[in-house]
Design a protein around this ligand. Structure first.
Ligand code: ASP
Length: 577
């Protein structure tokens, strides 16, 4: 492998230029027809790229004196240039021939050239691109620059091909965006490299990231999903760990797999295995022989990861057939792809400086965004980052704009959190903020019957008397939705029905009486309403119940020997509430 710095003589670029190193390992993108079919051809790609105006501006290259394998894109609409140097491997490989050693070579070349470039693009065959992307994501420690793998389904020299767009998109992202991750760019989408899998051998849309949305989408503009992009890790210097353990393997369960097969697979020198299980991580629990073989292997120091055969979803121990694997010592792989789990094993097992138990812990932990944290980290509205992410996507960089967005978004979001009873999300916010309709988190929580949240809000200074646009209070809401304990709790905190609500009560009580709804009547009684109020036709509930022959209602009302509230005592809303 040659050092591109030795061959190229790029003048120091002005700040409007970004420099990208393209490591060309092979793959369809640069293949030409040969006797045995399509195969990579040495020294053909750069020659071809020089003739493609969308990928090389020859005039500008001459003007600034670019030589050898260094090319330059036409200017972007922001007048930025991406200058890129192609480091071509020899031999070029169909990615079916890529080995663990090749991952190490790519890693070393990135490390060697790390300081000289703003980003890296790796041209690679699609067949094993997901494996290489996953492996590099673990090998690259403390990464602060983008590394983007791409390739194509059709050679770049053909008239209709996906190689040009894929290479152009990868170069533009690597040169312009601060995405410090190992990614895979294909068919207008930028994925996290350790989340992808090849799903289609015939379509340009060849990759899927089933458990994580793309990091970016190339539309008219590049839309970056900053909320998902990982933050650069500046705690230590960038380093590529090229030590990888080859004694790892993938074993897919199928109905009828013999214990002999499993036992043979788990024999030394095997040190790490990804067991591809059914559904949410299940295996037969009526096969003690098979489970014993797995247990024997984990007891003797083989790390076995439980990953699902399903494209989408996660491993969980919700079934007995999943629990047995946990008992056999397998580590749950969550929603990791088998490609990610395998390369993670290879990376972790090669670490000489850490002991076995720590390695096992590392396998269950999220190292590079390869697995979702379950239970999901809760969103907190008080977390400034959340608002910043929204602001960034709305292109608001100024403090005032940020504040305006915060003010506009917090009330509806607080109400949304209250609807699902999410106390954590509400922590630190101003709970008394109301939405457009004057509804506060307390109103919502009272409607939904979230007792714990209401207790929390009341113990954190929330006003119990808030009235919404329609004159309703949280207590009135709790009555309407018949949350008895909620009504009691709010009453204990001093809540009272307001005049507007009481004005409606007489008619409402008569209607409940007519339908013999004792529960409804009891709600009003608990909320402190006078059950002797008259309805629109001048009758009290008791009179109406008598007239209608509703004996249980009569009995119910008569046993209520409550003193009538004095109307003047009914609390009026203060202006400041
Ligand atoms: N067989 C090719 C490779 O993986 C397929 C491709 O590049 O699309 O190298």
């Amino acid at each position: 492998m040659s050092d591109p710095n030795a061959q190229r003589q790029i003048p120091q670029p002005p700040p409007t230029e970004a420099r990208v190193l393209v490591i060309y390992t092979g793959g369809t993108i640069g293949m030409t027809p040969q006797d045995g079919g399509l195969a990579p051809e040495a020294n053909a790609l750069v020659k071809g790229l020089r003739k493609m105006p969308m990928l090389h501006d020859e005039e500008y290259a001459k003007e600034i004196g670019l030589k050898d394998n260094t090319l330059v894109l036409p200017p972007t609409e922001h007048n930025k240039r991406v200058v890129y140097t192609v480091l071509e491997y020899s031999p070029l490989l169909d990615s079916s021939n890529i080995s663990i050693e090749d991952w190490g070579t790519i890693g070393k070349d990135i490390e060697k050239n790390y300081d000289d470039f703003d980003g890296f693009v790796i041209l690679h065959g699609t067949d094993t691109m997901a494996y290489t992307a996953s492996a590099l994501s673990f090998m690259c420690e403390h990464l602060c620059k983008p590394i983007i793998l791409t390739g194509s389904q059709v050679p770049i020299f053909r008239m209709r091909n996906d190689g040009r767009d894929n290479l152009l998109g990868a170069l533009l992202i690597a040169g312009q965006f601060d995405i410090p991750e190992v990614c895979l760019y294909f068919y207008n989408k930028l994925f996290r490299g350790n989340r992808v899998t090849k799903v289609n051998a015939e379509s340009f849309d060849a990759f899927s990231s089933p458990n994580l949305d793309p990091l970016a989408i190339a539309e008219v503009d590049f839309l970056i999903n900053w909320d998902t992009v990982r933050r650069a890790d500046h705690t230590a210097q960038f380093h590529v760990s090229t030590e990888l353990n080859c004694n790892v393997g993938l074993l897919r369960l199928f109905p009828g797999i013999t214990t002999a097969t499993v036992t043979a697979f788990l024999q030394p020198p095997m040190e790490g295995v990804v067991l591809e299980t059914y559904g949410s991580g299940n295996a037969p629990d009526n096969r003690p022989d098979l489970l014993a073989a797995l247990k024997e292997a984990t007891d003797s120091g083989v790390i076995i990861m439980n990953c699902t055969q399903c494209l989408k979803g996660t491993v969980s121990a919700s079934y007995a057939t999943g629990q047995v694997l946990k008992d056999a010592g397998l580590i749950a792989g969550g929603d990791m792809t088998p490609e990610a789990a395998l390369s993670k094993l290879s990376y972790v097992l090669a670490k000489k400086e850490i002991d076995f138990d720590v390695k096992k812990k590392m396998m269950g932990k999220n190292l590079r965004g390869e697995v979702s944290d379950f239970p999901e980290t809760k969103l907190s509205l008080s977390d400034g980052r959340f608002i910043q992410v929204i602001a960034r996507s709305l292109n608001a960089n100024y403090k005032e704009k940020l504040e305006a967005i915060r003010e506009a978004l917090t009330p509806p979001l607080a109400c949304a959190a209250a609807r699902i009873g999410d106390i954590d999300a509400l922590k630190g916010t101003n709970f008394s903020l109301s939405d457009y309709d004057g509804r506060t988190p307390l109103h919502i929580a009272a409607c939904e019957g979230h007792l714990k949240l209401v207790e929390y809000l009341l113990s954190h200074g929330v006003k119990v008397h808030a009235k919404d646009r329609y004159g309703d209070t949280p207590l009135g809401n709790a009555v309407r939705f018949r949350h008895k304990e909620m009504v009691k709790l709010l009453r204990k905190a001093g809540a009272q029905l307001f005049r507007d609500e009481l004005d409606k009560a007489g008619t409402e009580l008569c209607s409940l009486t007519a339908s013999g709804d004792l529960e409804g009547l009891e709600m009003w009684e608990l909320a402190g309403a006078d059950l002797n109020q008259r309805g629109y036709n001048g009758q009290t509930s008791l009179e109406l119940a008598g007239a209608l022959g509703k004996k249980e209602v009569v009995a119910f009302l008569e046993q209520l020997k409550k003193p009538k509230p004095v109307f003047g005592e009914i609390r009026e809303q203060r202006d400041d509430e």
